[in-house]
Design a protein around this ligand. Structure first.
Ligand code: IDP
Ligand code: MG
Length: 153
């Protein structure tokens, strides 16, 4: 099944939106396969945002990502990359459609709550960048087995 990376940026952590954002993905039906808090550093951001290195405000974008710990999360599901990107909304929070995460929680281009991998190829590279193999979990997703103990049904 397809996996993608999301990062809850400092703008999510500092505004106490971790739970709300993760809940949207859980309710949609995406499976959380890995999750941890990290303090990002310049080196990993140089890789992660290499496509922005030419921008005059590259350092400001990196500083914003280092301003507080972030939550990195692996989500799994059919077409997970496409589904998660569409739930995130376009980059600029002021342009993002209502109902998307950026559309509902962000007024900013930079402070836009969430990173989401933009292709299947990028997702594989980004998951390797932020997670060790043993930090990604393949597990059955079967809530019925956890509503009751075996001797209760
Ligand atoms: P994406 O996050 O929608 O994929 P990218 O173009 O990959 O957008 O840019 C990565 C991040 O860099 C954005 O999410 C945003 O935080 C920041 N960023 C991109 N363009 C600008 C800009 O013009 N001004 C300020 N920040 C920007
Ligand atoms: Mg991007």
């Amino acid at each position: 099944m397809e996996k993608t990376l999301i990062i809850l940026k400092p703008s999510a952590v500092q505004r106490s939106l971790i739970g709300e954002v993760i809940q949207r993905f859980e309710k949609k039906g995406l499976q959380v396969c890995g999750m941890k808090m990290m303090q990002l550093k310049n080196e990993i951001l140089n890789e992660h945002y290499a496509h922005l290195a030419h921008l005059p405000f590259f350092q400001r974008i990196k500083d914003s990502m280092m301003a507080s710990p972030v939550i990195v999360c692996c989500l799994q599901g059919k077409d997970a990359v496409r589904v998660v990107r569409s739930m995130a909304g376009v980059t600029n929070g002021r342009d993002a459609a209502p109902g998307t995460i950026r559309g509902d929680y962000s007024m900013s281009v930079q402070e836009n709550i969430i990173h989401a991998s933009d292709s299947v190829e990028t997702a594989a590279i980004e998951l390797k960048r932020f997670f060790k193999d043993e930090e990604i979990f393949e597990y059955a997703f079967n809530p019925m087995n956890f509503l009751y103990a075996g001797n209760e049904v």
